[in-house]
Design a protein around this ligand. Structure first.
Ligand code: ADP
Ligand code: ZN
Ligand code: ZN
Length: 761
C-alpha cells in the first residue's frame, strides 16, 4: 500500500487468506493492530491452521467484517506475522493464479505457492547482503576530493583507499578494501565521516553465469520468412494493450530463435517486459550465455538446475524491475514481470510444460491466459505443434506463421526406417543394435563427425521374466515391473524408487532361468563401448545426470568434441544445436506406440521429428536411422518424411472419432488410497454425485475403474474420466458434483482432479 492510500482508507482489521491446502475456499483472520500498516494484498502471512502454522497469502482485506463472509468473529484467529516488507505476489499474479486455479479446478493457495520460486520460505534463501563502499562525488579526481577537505590533510592510508576505489570504478566490497589496502577499518570510517565515501549494505546476487565467457554477438540478416514473422509479431506489439496469439510453425533449424530474440528486443524498446518459456531440458548453458550476451543484466534466467539461492536472486531481480526479460522453465510463467508485452512459449508441444503433481497446470496454456488477461502478445513456437495448437490456429484462435525451410537451404535429414523384424530374421535372435546402425556409427566416426543414439528407457533391462513360471518381478508398492540396473546390481522401481538386490533365482518358483528383457540406456551404452572401444561415449539419463551441472558439462564437452557419441533418453532429444552431429540413431522409440494412451502416436511423431532435427544442423548433411517393429505405423511414416500436415490430417480423424481433444475437453479424476475398499467407496459417492449433476447429460462419464497404473507408491488408483464438448459445462458440473460428494461424506483428500490430462495413466 502506498503511503497516501494508507492515510486515506481505513486500515484492514481482517484478512482473507488463501492457504496451500486442498480446500476450495479462503480463510478469514484478524489482523493485530501492529500489523495493519504493513499488510497488503499479496503479502505472505504466517497463520495458525488447525494445530500447525502455515504460510498463506493475503487475497482480501477488510476494515470491517463483510456480512457475506458468514464467519463468527469471536472464533477468528490472529495473523501471527506478515512475512514480507513488500508483497512478493503482484496484483497481476494474484489475478492470474486465481484464474488458473479456477480453470484447472485446483486450489488458489496451492497455485500461489507454486508461482513462487521453490524454497522461498526457507531461511537458506535469504539474500546475501554485504558491506560495500562507494566513492562520493566525481570518480577519478583526487584533487577534487581534497578540495572538499580543507581542514586536515589525508593520511597516506586514506589516500591509498581513495586510489583503490578510483581504480575500481568507484565501488568495492568493504572486505576487499581491507585486504587490498592492508588496513583496518579506521581509515574507511574517517573517510566516511568526512563525507568522502559512503559505507552501505549491498545485495550480492549469485549470478549463475558470472564466470561465463560471453560469446560474440553476431549480426544476422533475417530471411524474408523470418522478417515476415517478426513484422507480424512486432505490429501486434505496437497495438497498445491488445491481446493477440500466434502459432509460429517452423521446422527445426528454421531460425525461430532469431525471431524470438528480436521480438523480445522490440517489446523492451516499447517499454514493456517479455518472457520466454523453454522446455525443462532446453535451457542449456550455451543458450543462456547467448541471451546474457545479447540482453546483459536485463535478462533473468530461471532454470530448474539453479540452486534455490540463485533462483531466488534471479526472481528478485524481476520483482524489482531490474530484469525485464524472464527466461525459464514451467513455473517461470508466473514471474512477476510488470507491464508484460510479450510471452514466447518455445517448443510449445513439450510435455515438460505440464506440472504432474497438484496443482496441475500446463504452462503453455497459462501463458496464453496471462497474455489475454494482460493484453499482451503470445507466440507459441514449434516444429511439431501440439494437435490442439494447430487446430486452434486453423480455427482462427491464433494467427499462423510458418518458417517452412531450414536456414541457408540446409536439408532436413530424412529418416530411414530399419525393420527390426527383418533384423531378427537375419540374426536368428533378438539383437538391440542393427548392422545398419552400427555401420552408420562407424562411418560417421571415421569422418570425424558425431553421433547421438536415443533410447527412451533408462537402466539395463526393462524387466526380469522367469522362463520357468512366466512371472515378472514387480515392485512391492506399485503395479509395475522392476528395472534391472547393472552398475549397482539392483532391481529398481522407476516410480517409487523401491530397490532390491538383483535375485539369482525366481522369487516365485526358485528357478534359475531368469531372463532380462528390453534393453535400457545402460545396456546399449555398454554394447556400444564394447563394439567401438576407440569412440568416446557419454551416457545421458537420470541415473548418470543426477547432480546439478553434470548435464551442462557433458553438453559442453560434446559441443567441444571432447565426446564423440551421446547415448541417452529424451534428455538429449531437444533444443540442442550441435553442427557436427551427422547421425542420429533411434532405438526402441516405438515402445510408446504400444501404450494405451491417446497421445502416443503424437508423442512418437514429435520425438522422431525433433530428434531428426538434431542431425545435420551444420553444413554437413545428416542421417537419421530409426529401428522399429512397426514400420507401417502412420506416425513413423509421416515422421520419416517430416510431413507434419500429413500426420495432422490422419491423427485429427482419430481424435474426432474417439471424442478426444481438441474436440472434447477431458478431465481425469483419480481416487487414491492405501485401502482399496475405502478408495472405491469414495469413487462410488463421487460417481453418484456426478450423475445427479449431469442430469442433462452434457458429459460422458467413464468409470470408476482401476487406472492403467492401478497401484503406485503403495496407493490404489481408481479413475473416473469425464469428456465434455464444452469446457464451461465440464467445470460447472464438476463443481456441483464435488460439493455434493463432500456433503455425502466423500473424503475429498483422496480425490485428485486433473483437467486436460496429458495422458490417461
Ligand atoms: P530454430 O530455433 O528454428 O531451431 P535457430 O534460430 O536456432 O532455429 O537457427 C538455426 C541456426 O541458424 C542457428 O545457428 C542460427 O544462428 C542460424 N540462423 C538463424 N537465422 C539466420 C539467418 N537469417 N541467417 C543466417 N543464419 C541464421
Ligand atoms: Zn519362476
Ligand atoms: Zn514402486
Amino acid at each position: 500500500m502506498s503511503e497516501s492510500a494508507a492515510k486515506e482508507s481505513p486500515l484492514p482489521a481482517f484478512v482473507e487468506a488463501a492457504l496451500p491446502v486442498p480446500l476450495r475456499r479462503s480463510f478469514t483472520y484478524r489482523v493485530p493492530e501492529s500489523m495493519r500498516e504493513r499488510i497488503e494484498l499479496g503479502s505472505r502471512l504466517k497463520l495458525p491452521f488447525g494445530k500447525r502454522n502455515l504460510t498463506g497469502y493475503a487475497v482480501g482485506l477488510h476494515s470491517t467484517l463483510p456480512r457475506d463472509l458468514d464467519v463468527d468473529e469471536s472464533k477468528l484467529k490472529d495473523v501471527i506475522a506478515v512475512l514480507d516488507d513488500e508483497p512478493l505476489i503482484t496484483p497481476e499474479i494474484l489475478k492470474l493464479t486465481q484464474w488458473t486455479a479456477d480453470y484447472y479446478a485446483s486450489f488458489w493457495g496451492e497455485m500461489l505457492k507454486a508461482s513462487l520460486p521453490a524454497g522461498i520460505n526457507s531461511e537458506k534463501v535469504r539474500p546475501k547482503r554485504r558491506k560495500a563502499v562507494r566513492l562520493l562525488g566525481s570518480v577519478g579526481s583526487l584533487a577534487d576530493t581534497e578540495s572538499k577537505a580543507p581542514d586536515k590533510p589525508l593520511t597516506l592510508k586514506q589516500h591509498e583507499v581513495l586510489d583503490l576505489l578510483t581504480a575500481s570504478g568507484g565501488q568495492m566490497l568493504f572486505t576487499d578494501i581491507l585486504e587490498q589496502a592492508n588496513t583496518n577499518a579506521s581509515p574507511l570510517n574517517t573517510l566516511a565521516k568526512r563525507g568522502l565515501i559512503e559505507i552501505f549494505i549491498d545485495d550480492v546476487f549469485r549470478d549463475p553465469l558470472r564466470r561465463a565467457d560471453l560469446p560474440e554477438l553476431n549480426s544476422i540478416i533475417l530471411t524474408p520468412e523470418q522478417q515476415a514473422a517478426l513484422d507480424a509479431v512486432n505490429s501486434a506489439l505496437d497495438a497498445p494493450n491488445a491481446y493477440k496469439g500466434f502459432l509460429l510453425h517452423g521446422v527445426t533449424g528454421s531460425g525461430k530463435t532469431e525471431v524470438y530474440i528480436r521480438a523480445m528486443r522490440h517489446a523492451l524498446d516499447e517499454g514493456r517486459s517479455a518472457m520466454m518459456l523453454v522446455p525443462e531440458i532446453a535451457l542449456t548453458p550455451v543458450f543462456s550465455r547467448r541471451l546474457r550476451a545479447i540482453f546483459g543484466t536485463d535478462v533473468a534466467i530461471l532454470h530448474s538446475n539453479l540452486s534455490a539461492g540463485e533462483r531466488y536472486d534471479e526472481w528478485r531481480r524481476i520483482r524489482r524491475g531490474e530484469a525485464r526479460i524472464a527466461i525459464g522453465t514451467r513455473s517461470a510463467v508466473f514471474a512477476p514481470l510488470e507491464n508484460i508485452g510479450l510471452i514466447i512459449v518455445d517448443e510449445e508441444h513439450d510435455a515438460s510444460y505440464r506440472q504432474h503433481e497438484s496443482p496441475f497446470y500446463n504452462a503453455r496454456d497459462v501463458g496464453v491466459m496471462r497474455a489475454s488477461l494482460a493484453g499482451a502478445v503470445v507466440v507459441l513456437g514449434s516444429a511439431t505443434p501440439a494437435m490442439e495448437s494447430f487446430y486452434n490456429s486453423q480455427a482462427g484462435k491464433y494467427e499462423y506463421l510458418r518458417l517452412p525451410e531450414r536456414i541457408e537451404g540446409r536439408s532436413l535429414a530424412k529418416a530411414e526406417l530399419i525393420d527390426m523384424r527383418e533384423v531378427f530374421k537375419r540374426a536368428g535372435k533378438d539383437v538391440a543394435l542393427s548392422d545398419e546402425l552400427l555401420e552408420g556409427i562407424d562411418q560417421t566416426y571415421h569422418k570425424g563427425e558425431q553421433v547421438i543414439v536415443l533410447l527412451n528407457r533408462r537402466g539395463f533391462s526393462q524387466f526380469v521374466l522367469c522362463r520357468e513360471c512366466g512371472e515378472t518381478i514387480k515392485c512391492k508398492n506399485c503395479d509395475i515391473t522392476l528395472t534391472f540396473h547393472r552398475r549397482d546390481a539392483k532391481l529398481v522401481c522407476h516410480y517409487c524408487n523401491y530397490r532390491i538386490p538383483s535375485p539369482k533365482t525366481c522369487p516365485s518358483c526358485e528357478s534359475e532361468f531368469l531372463y532380462f528383457v528390453g534393453e535400457g540406456t545402460e545396456n546399449i551404452a555398454d554394447q556400444l563401448a564394447k563394439k567401438f572401444p576407440q569412440i568416446r561415449i557419454a551416457r545421458v539419463d537420470r541415473d548418470t545426470m543426477a547432480h546439478k551441472g553434470e548435464l551442462d558439462q557433458v553438453l559442453l564437452d560434446f559441443a567441444a568434441h571432447r565426446i564423440d557419441m551421446l547415448v541417452g533418453t529424451q534428455m538429449i532429444a531437444k533444443g540442442h544445436d550441435f553442427p557436427n552431429v551427422t547421425l542420429v540413431g533411434v532405438v526402441g522409440v516405438d515402445i510408446g506406440l504400444g501404450l494405451p494412451d491417446l497421445r502416443s502416436a503424437e508423442r512418437t511423431f514429435q520425438l522422431i521429428t525433433q530428434v531428426a532435427g538434431r542431425s545435420g544442423r551444420g553444413e554437413k548433411p545428416g542421417r537419421v536411422l530409426i529401428q522399429t517393429y512397426y514400420p507401417e505405423h502412420y506416425a513413423l511414416r509421416f515422421a520419416r518424411e517430416q510431413d507434419y500436415d500429413g500426420f495432422y490430417r490422419e491423427e485429427i480423424k482419430f481424435r474426432e472419432r474417439l471424442a478426444y481433444p481438441p474436440f472434447f475437453v477431458l478431465a481425469s479424476i483419480l481416487i487414491k488410497h492405501r485401502d482399496h475398499a475405502y478408495a472405491m467407496r469414495n469413487a462410488n459417492i463421487l460417481r453418484r454425485s456426478l450423475d445427479v449433476a449431469n442430469a442433462a447429460r452434457h458429459l460422458r462419464i467413464l468409470g470408476p475403474a482401476p487406472a492403467s497404473l492401478s497401484r503406485l507408491k503403495n496407493e490404489y488408483r481408481i479413475q473416473i474420466i469425464l469428456k465434455s464438448p464444452s469446457r464451461r459445462s465440464l467445470r460447472e458440473i464438476l463443481d456441483i458434483a464435488l460439493a455434493d460428494a463432500e456433503q455425502n461424506g466423500a473424503d475429498m483428500r483422496s480425490i485428485y482432479v486433473e483437467i486436460d490430462p496429458v495422458n490417461l495413466m
